[in-house]
Write a protein that binds this ligand. Structure first.
Ligand code: HEM
Length: 534
């Protein structure tokens, strides 16, 4: 309904009001009672105190007072869209996952892109990782691939996650920086956490400032398993490749854009989808078996490592198209609850200690963030396939068991029953060993892949990495943290270390950080770095 006009009208006491006239439906309270006046509280006399009896006012204010829910503890700022996943061909040989059985099948999807460190109202073009979380509403349950736009992570074990996130977010005394990694606490933690060096190369690279969500890659990061109908397992890594390629902006552009339009990425996705330019990604999988895992140079359970695409080629298995914006940001994008443990039959976990920890964390955090155990009743989180369970009651229960029977087994022939044939079966991996807190020796090489990434970059990209490290570390006030970072860079690329040390004004080069695995001897300085401007 459109507002027709504004005019003068006489109120209850014959007094004149300026009001907006509309032919929309009659406003009601949440209980459905029609409202006569939405602009004036009920008072004793024209200029007297407001009455507690004014239920309309109290309901309106009470509800407003409770509009906020906790923002996500990480990835608070995000933007989502609806779409679908289309399966190219049957992958029945590798997985019994229903979504991969029939060529051409379309599965509804919801995707949320996010930054990690900044709060809900922070700017879009921060130097940061981007979340790339995909919910696939399959015929055998929701499957969430809760990934990032980078294929590796900062840490190897989930128990370090709270420290990592505390270090990157604002410092507790001064409450800044609000969306920047450039500060002492972050670089202190990183410099004391050599396993983060590979991720640091990615984060200091152009990948960390995407031009648009539409031109970003996505990665499941961890090694997962596909399990077929014969209960045979194949390891799998998930990659989303943007159809229109990968594009980034450089730091100077990002700084300007953040000032001029902090919603740059949101606006871009909204406008593209509204204009019918639907962004698209291809899902590619790296498939490998136990023999490959045993022979590979690194541990496939280590989330700080990739399996190079030259070694295991990613195979295209389907495409993801985003073609519809949510009707309501809060209902959908804010309330969507991604959880790594949402897997359908045919997809399973590996023992990656980061993934194992995430599988606990996401359920726990949704309970808090969405206010109770019934968050799967929110439409965006509900499965779109038939589902039957016996969970009941609790805060905000929208769906309860129907009829007398709310338990199984029962004698009434009612209600759902388990199905050994159709149900989810964990891959029966043989496990045996002492109960210990140890990091496997196979997780010990923190520099080789950092160097491999740096070497894979073109000369301008290498210069951008050196400039990003210089800028970030120049914001660090504690000299020993800067030096410690340079001591790690010496194990990655001598030229990079020397350039950064020089730009930071370090009087002398520290000695290379002690490394459990000796760096290889291909540490020639890159000539590209000699031409960085100040
Ligand atoms: C949120 C990815 C590691 C805990 C998210 C989101 C993404 C993501 C994409 C945002 C989901 C959304 O859009 O709603 C990743 C990746 C990781 C990683 C790729 C490593 C490979 C971890 C670890 C933990 C963790 C190790 C904890 C042990 C959380 C929590 C949230 C979150 C608590 C907030 C969830 C919410 O409130 O909806 N993560 N994460 N993440 N992540 Fe992670």
């Amino acid at each position: 309904a459109m507002i027709h006009d504004q005019k003068l009208e006489r109120g209850e006491g014959g007094e004149l009001h300026q009001i907006a006239v509309s032919d929309g439906p009659v406003l009601t309270t949440a209980q459905g009672a029609p409202v006569s006046d939405d602009h004036n509280t009920l008072k004793v006399g024209e200029r007297g105190p407001t009455l507690i009896e004014d239920f309309h006012f109290r309901e309106k204010i009470f509800h407003f007072d409770h509009e906020r829910i906790p923002e996500r503890v990480v990835h608070a700022r995000g933007y989502g869209a609806h779409g679908y996943f289309e399966t190219y061909e049957s992958l029945a040989k590798y997985t019994r996952a229903d979504i991969f059985q029939r060529a051409g099948e379309k599965t509804p999807a919801f995707v949320r892109f996010s930054t990690v460190a900044g709060s809900k109202g922070s700017f879009d073009l921060a130097r940061d990782v981007r979340g790339f979380a995909v919910k696939l509403y399959t015929q055998e349950g929701n499957w969430d691939i809760v990934g990032n736009n980078m294929p590796v992570f900062f840490i190897q074990d989930a128990i370090r996650f709270p420290d990592m996130v505390h270090a990157v977010k604002e410092e507790p005394d001064r409450a800044f920086p609000q969306a920047q990694s450039a500060h002492d606490n972050f670089w202190d933690f990183i410099s004391l956490t050599p396993e983060s060096m590979h991720m640091i190369m990615w984060i200091m690279s152009d990948r960390a400032i995407p031009r648009s969500f539409r031109f970003m890659e996505g990665f499941g990061v961890h090694t997962f398993r596909f399990v077929n109908a014969k209960d045979e397992s194949t390891f799998v890594k998930f990659h989303w490749k943007p159809k229109f390629g990968l594009q980034s902006v450089v730091w100077n552009e990002a700084v300007k854009i953040n000032g001029a339009d902090p919603d740059f990425h949101r606006r871009d996705l909204w406008q593209a989808i509204q204009a019918g330019n639907f962004p698209e990604w291809e899902l590619r999988v790296q498939l490998f078996d136990q023999d490959f895992a045993d022979s590979f140079d690194f541990d496939v359970l280590d989330a700080t490592k990739i399996i190079p695409e030259e070694i295991v080629e990613p195979i295209p298995v389907g495409r993801l198209v985003l073609d519809r914006m949510p009707d309501n940001f809060f209902a959908e994008t804010e309330q969507v609850a991604f959880m790594t443990q949402n897997v359908p039959p045919g997809v399973d976990f590996s023992n990656d200690p980061l993934l194992q920890g995430r599988n606990f964390s996401y359920l726990d955090t949704q309970l808090k963030r969405l206010g109770g155990p019934n968050f799967t009743h929110i439409p965006i989180n509900a499965p779109k396939c038939p589902f039957h369970h016996l969970q009941q009651d609790g805060h905000m229960a929208m769906r309860n068991p129907v009829g007398r029977v709310n338990y199984e087994p029962n004698s009434f022939g009612e209600g759902p029953r388990e199905s050994p044939h159709r149900g989810f079966r964990s891959f029966a991996e043989a496990e045996d060993g002492p109960k210990v807190r140890l990091r496997a020796e196979s997780f010990a090489d923190h520099y080789s892949q950092a160097r491999q990434f740096f070497n894979s970059q073109t000369p301008p990209e290498q210069r951008h990495i050196a400039m990003a490290l210089t800028f970030e570390l120049s914001k660090v006030e504690t000299p020993v943290i800067r030096e410690r970072m340079v001591s790690h860079l010496l194990n990655i690329d001598v030229g990079l270390a020397e350039t950064v040390a020089d730009k930071l004004g370090l009087k002398q080069l520290p000695k290379a950080a002690d490394a459990a695995v000796a760096p290889r001897d291909d540490l020639e300085p890159s000539p590209a770095l000699s031409i960085i401007e100040n």
